[in-house]
Design a protein around this ligand. Structure first.
Ligand SMILES: Cc1ncc(COP(=O)(O)O)c(C=O)c1O
Length: 478
């Protein structure tokens, strides 16, 4: 197929060029009804913010321009079916889980997965078996589960209906996913991959191989994270018939808006064309720029750059006693905003084009290095006990949790109870305590430490945690 085509984008452009009169939703009437002061910024987008008008197709039953845009994506990504998502990988992860497993089914899940995976599991009523990631001494963080643990889990739960993995991780780290997929397939278990951070892997070398190429059955990618697409625009790809695309379509139309955004869908069309027409020369220029950025960033004795499989991910590891949060704050003071800050690391994400503000970055790094000379040293925290159990089930099934009463307890009183809500430091959105997991003293200690470091927790009340208080018969779950 001609990958220069932009069926969705060009149709919208053509539609608005005829100055159509709107007697339909949305209420901004092609931008005519809007706050004056905001018009300047929004105008060009409002002009293509259409609805399902004649000729503009329907995301939930595509047969025109949206179908063609999805076919072009299938052709580029080499998939059996690709769905455009306007609810982010969040919607894609939930839909693939609902499509792959039914209530009570066992599913093997990487423990450090995104919260959307947990939400999908809860909605499906499946019985998750979590496999813990390993701690990488070189990268100083948890990465992926080992194939040995996966094999143990499969042997213990051979009737598992799916395996859910994250590849790559937030920092661009990959692993031998192909071996895991082959292992799973030898037990006839489909592999669902959250590849939210890897849409650009389809460009091939020097990027790691995509989960699609490695044989995953369903792959979800946030086009908006690493490709030039608007926030919330994502792809869901089906690579086999092990999970039926029609079941995925069914859940997507339940989960996503019945008025999906045309600017978002058009940006998916654009992102696909951008990737499909990316030349080796462009890749070389990006790599050259990454090298320059790394050279500038590394001009400090307060941190060092860690290795990454994805060249676009630049992670710095703080030296002992230097708080990443504080360094990130200093970068932000210079109007330089990194993607992610953990207790010891800061992640900078390079784009798919040469970086244009090298001089500003250089000056900022010099200023920050000077400022750090006057900063107090901090204790850094130990995160190694985050995932102490290699294969773990929840203490209660989702069905039982649904029927149980819950109450709020102070953090210190909650030890020994079963959590009725997840505690999720954000970013990266990976649960420290899962809903349905027994709360330990180590969990509470970690919450206090993370808080002290200014990490945001997604929890309704900062000093309280919701716990299950008893079974239906009134027994304590403690
Ligand atoms: C690993 C992973 N999966 C899924 C998501 C959700 O993606 P989206 O923002 O596209 O909904 C994120 C978001 O940060 C993520 O890091």
């Amino acid at each position: 197929m001609n990958q220069q085509q932009l069926p969705l984008f060009h149709a919208l452009q053509q539609f608005q060029s005829k100055q159509p009169i709107s007697f339909h939703v949305p209420g901004h009437k092609n931008g005519d009804v809007f706050l004056d002061e905001a018009k300047v910024i929004f105008d060009s987008i409002l002009n293509i913010d259409m609805t399902e008008l004649t000729g503009l197709d329907d995301l939930h039953a595509p047969e025109g321009i949206i179908a063609l845009a999805e076919q072009l994506a299938m052709d580029f990504f080499q998939t059996k079916q690709t769905f455009f998502l306007v609810g982010g990988s969040t919607a894609g992860n939930i839909a693939m889980i609902l499509a792959a497993c039914r209530e009570g089914d066992t599913v093997i899940v990487q423990r450090n997965c995104h919260k959307s995976v947990m939400n999908g599991l809860e909605l499906s009523g499946a019985r998750p078996v979590f496999i813990a990631p390993v701690y990488d001494e070189c990268l100083k963080r948890f990465t992926n589960p080992s194939i040995d643990v996966l094999e143990q889990a499969i042997k213990r739960y051979p009737n598992a209906k799916a395996i859910i993995l994250t590849y790559p991780d937030y920092f661009g780290n990959t692993y031998d996913l192909q071996a895991m997929i082959e292992l799973a397939h030898s037990f006839y278990i489909p592999v669902l991959v959250d590849e939210a951070h890897g849409v650009h892997f389809s460009l091939g070398d020097p990027f790691p191989p995509s989960a699609l190429r490695l044989g995953a059955d369903v792959v979800v990618q946030s086009a908006h994270k690493m490709a030039p697409a608007m926030t919330m625009s994502s792809f869901l790809h089906c690579n086999s018939e092990r999970v039926l695309p029609k079941r995925i379509a069914h859940y997507l139309q339940m989960l996503q808006s019945s008025s999906p955004s045309y600017p978002l869908m058009a940006s998916l069309d654009i992102a696909r064309a951008f990737l499909a027409n990316f030349t080796e020369e462009m890749i070389d220029k990006v790599l050259e720029s990454v090298q320059k950025v790394k050279t500038v960033i590394s001009e400090s004795r307060y941190w060092r750059i860690l290795p990454s499989d994805d060249p676009l991910k630049i992670t710095i590891q703080m030296e002992e006693g230097v708080a990443a949060k504080q360094v990130a704050y200093l970068f932000e003071q210079q109007q330089i905003f990194p993607e992610l800050v953990t207790e010891k690391q800061i992640l900078f994400v390079h784009g798919l084009a040469p970086f244009l503000s090298l001089h500003r970055l250089k000056k900022a790094v010099q200023t920050i290095v000077e400022q750090l000379k006057n900063y107090a040293r901090h204790d850094t925290i130990e995160t190694k006990y985050f995932f102490p159990v290699s294969i773990q089930e929840l203490a209660l099934s989702y069905q039982t949790m649904n029927r149980q009463p819950a109450k709020y307890l102070s953090l210190k009183d909650a030890v020994g109870y079963i959590a009725a809500e997840a505690v999720i430091p954000y970013p990266p959105g990976i649960a420290l305590i899962l809903k349905g997991e027994k709360i330990t003293a180590a969990h509470i200690e970690m919450i206090h430490k993370l808080r002290k470091m200014g990490v945001r927790m997604q929890q309704r009340s900062p000093n309280l945690i919701q716990v299950f208080t008893g079974t239906e018969e009134g027994e304590e779950t403690k």
